[in-house]
Design a protein around this ligand. Structure first.
Ligand SMILES: Cc1cc2nc3c(=O)[nH]c(=O)nc-3n(C[C@H](O)[C@H](O)[C@H](O)COP(=O)(O)OP(=O)(O)OC[C@H]3O[C@@H](n4cnc5c(N)ncnc54)[C@H](O)[C@@H]3O)c2cc1C
Length: 571
């Protein structure tokens, strides 16, 4: 009997365990396996093999039963996920069904989730901007949250490292607030986007419109071909999964790369219930996993554990990892675990029309989504009565005039009309929110999911700072649109719940002081050195830039550190 136990423990023992196979977990898997560590990746969802499991990728619109639209039944099954713009008939199979994965909303929060191998890396919009010291120094300068224990110089080379492998297109714009990276050629702006760039550049000293930086292979290099990926074909059907590997996903890039090393064991259908902490050894020894199909519970062991279940689920796992030493959740000596959750505020947009430049049209499809205005408010000095600021997307397009009011031959003739309408321009706000103790997640005391894991209770909301910032965005964009001669300027302020922007962060924040933070500067739990968190849960503040590139860089950096510590027997 004793031998059977020893054998089964040995069979379930790895050098490293990674929880979650999305953007950050995929990077952890790649880095560990490349460095020679036998690595177990545990993923709660099903497997999604690159190309093989992209069932809609080559479908024409008329091949979809509902021409891409959602039925009432689908909306009822997923009332939250179906609010996401990417949740359409062609990609809804990559989102969770809300009814199967309940959570408690103390305040309305749209939690958008993709439970499968690859996580949300299949669905993301691939916007990839570096952070700068305006972000890492933000909390200290503007007096909120706690000071980040790192600065831009700590992560600069790791950004380059992940950019080269993932393939990021962009211009070197030379902007202080948005450092340049190791880029593939940028996707060009179209005529009106370029016109707006010139207007803004000539009228405002510190405002810029640049080509969005995005994780697309505009001109692949050998390292991308070695991954089995090829040139982006500008199909802009990305959320279906790309058979060319034209954009970065765990499925097309990091996971197959890790698999090639022979060091990867990937276990789908394995939901991690908790991290096992050994009071006697004073460290974590492994994780407890529930098989999502059979509900059988298994323990897996490793010297180091990376929790990369995406920000909110990582909070859940740590909160649920209680022991004599950590009765409030793993590493939670300070009581801040689950608190200071923040997000991005995408709840304001503005649109307009432009009568000029009619000799031009949109030249093909642009997978990068056009222009990007890095944050300009409160950057060099505090100039408003709210803290921090926002970035803004900007794009312009023209479509044929389509009058659908007629019938029969008249309608057919109208639909075939190739005459183009005016340019339509649009922008959306990407606001930084301030992490607060009152924005938290915690375990529900009684309700559990189908796998016996406590449901998460989410209590997160906007505040007055967000309202003022939103108002300022509308005013500033209206002014810039007016300067550009745009007409019919229409603000659109939505009352959407937080969460729909899908950049939730925090709860397991980094900091210098174990009394006010959970992780140190290496993303390592202050109080349990062989557990690391490198997904959005680790973020001390949110910046305005899309966060995933920063998760990738932090992950590669943390694995490098963890392995160096392991080699010195210090983990
Ligand atoms: C429509 C959309 C557009 C987006 N656009 C952008 C963008 O342009 N730029 C950007 O930076 N970000 C964008 N994002 C956000 C981006 O997708 C996430 O920031 C990123 O995927 C986070 O990486 P992650 O590894 O933390 O989580 P994920 O990629 O979500 O992966 C987490 C994985 O963990 C698994 N998991 C969860 N709990 C457990 C458990 N208990 N046990 C085992 N496995 C578990 C999940 O199933 C999942 O596979 C977008 C997201 C969406 C949906």
């Amino acid at each position: 009997m004793a031998n059977i136990n020893i054998d089964s423990r040995k069979k379930n023992t790895f050098d490293a365990i990674v929880v979650g196979s999305g953007i950050s977990g995929g990077w952890a898997a790649k880095e560990f396996t490349e460095k020679g560590l036998k690595t177990l990746v545990l993923e709660r969802g099903r497997d999604v093999k690159h190309i093989v499991d992209y069932p809609t990728t080559n479908k024409y619109p008329y091949e979809f039963e509902h021409r891409g639209e959602l039925t009432q039944a689908v909306r009822e099954e997923s009332p939250i996920a179906s609010r996401c713009y990417a949740f359409r008939e062609d990609a809804m199979h990559f989102f969770v069904k809300d009814k199967e994965h309940p959570y408690v909303q103390e305040k309305p929060f749209d939690w958008i989730r993709g439970y499968q191998v690859g996580g949300k890396s299949l669905l993301w919009a691939r916007q990839t901007q570096r952070w700068s010291d305006f972000d890492f120094e933000g909390p200290k300068r503007d007096d909120f949250a706690v000071d980040w224990p790192i600065r831009y110089r700590d992560i600069d080379s790791w950004y380059s490292y992940v950019e080269r492998f993932a393939g990021i297109s962009g211009h070197k714009d030379g902007l202080q607030a948005l450092p340049d990276g190791d880029f593939l050629p940028a996707y060009p702006l179209n005529a009106v986007e370029d016109y707006f760039k010139k207007v803004v550049g000539s009228k405002y000293a510190n405002r810029h419109v640049i080509s969005s930086r995005c994780a697309h292979l505009s001109a692949p290099k050998q390292i991308h071909f070695d991954q089995g990926r090829g040139q982006c074909q500008n199909r802009v059907l990305c959320q279906r999964g790309c058979p060319f590997g034209g954009y970065f996903s765990s499925n097309s890039s990091t996971l197959p790369w890790a698999e090639k090393t022979g060091n990867l064991t990937l276990k789908p259908f394995s939901v991690v219930e908790s991290v096992i902490y050994d009071d006697r050894l004073g460290k974590a020894t492994g994780v407890r996993v529930v098989d999502t199909n059979t509900k059988e519970v298994t323990e897996y062991y490793a010297k180091v554990i990376f929790v990369n279940a995406a920000a909110i689920n990582t909070n859940l796992i740590l909160l649920n990892s209680t022991s004599t030493r950590f009765p409030q959740g793993l590493g939670n000596d300070s009581g801040v675990l689950g608190k200071y959750v923040a997000f991005h505020n995408y709840s304001a947009r503005i649109s307009a029309e432009y009568d000029g430049l009619k000799e031009f049209t949109k030249d093909g499809r642009n997978p990068s989504d056009g222009g990007y205005m890095p944050r300009f408010r409160n950057l060099l000095k505090q100039e408003t009565d709210f803290k921090r600021g926002y970035a803004a997307g900007f794009n312009a397009s023209r479509s044929p005039l389509r009058d659908t009011s007629g019938f029969g031959a008249e309608l057919k003739a109208q639909l075939l009309n190739k005459e183009l309408g005016p340019w339509r321009v649009g922008s959306h706000m990407m606001g930084e929110t301030i992490p607060k103790e009152s924005n938290y997640v915690k375990l529900d005391a009684s309700k559990k999911d189908d796998w016996g894991i406590p449901l998460l209770k989410i209590s997160v909301d906007y505040d007055d700072n967000d309202a003022k910032m939103k108002q300022d965005y509308i005013e500033q964009m209206t002014e810039m649109f007016t300067e550009a001669g745009f007409k019919n300027i229409t603000p659109n302020v939505s009352s959407q719940a937080p969460g729909l922007d899908i950049h939730e962060m925090g709860g397991v924040r980094m900091g210098y002081d174990p009394k006010t933070s959970i992780l140190n500067k290496w993303n390592q739990l202050h109080a349990c050195k062989n557990v690391f968190v490198t997904d959005g849960a680790c973020m001390t503040s949110t910046s305005t830039q899309n966060p995933s590139l920063t998760y990738m860089a932090l992950t590669a950096r943390a694995v490098d550190y963890a392995v160096s510590m392991m080699r010195k027997n210090e983990l």
